[in-house]
Design a protein around this ligand. Sequence first.
Ligand code: SF4
Length: 101
Amino acid sequence: MAIGDFFSARPWEETSWEVQAACRGLSNIFFPAAAERPQARERRESQARDVCFSCSVMDDCRSFARRHREYGFWGGESEEERHSAGYRLIAPIGVRARNVG
Ligand code: SF4
């Protein structure tokens, strides 16, 4: 599920920052497919980053993802980048479990 799908499935207030999310409808670039290889992840996250840096609510989104220890690509940040910023995943798995510590 991409962030855009998450947002489209959630009830929200019209004043909420989520309604301005540039990733709505872009379901495949914000979360990894099963068994995604590192090179594919780099390409996918590069595409997601481009969308985020054109998004008017990136700061709100980044803060939300950091506060809620979200998985996937949010607010211009990957999980690893959030971890490096001090916002550790609650239960890292797979590659993330090996790389975050
Ligand atoms: S910053 Fe990126 S992930 Fe966050 S709402 Fe905007 S496009 Fe979506």
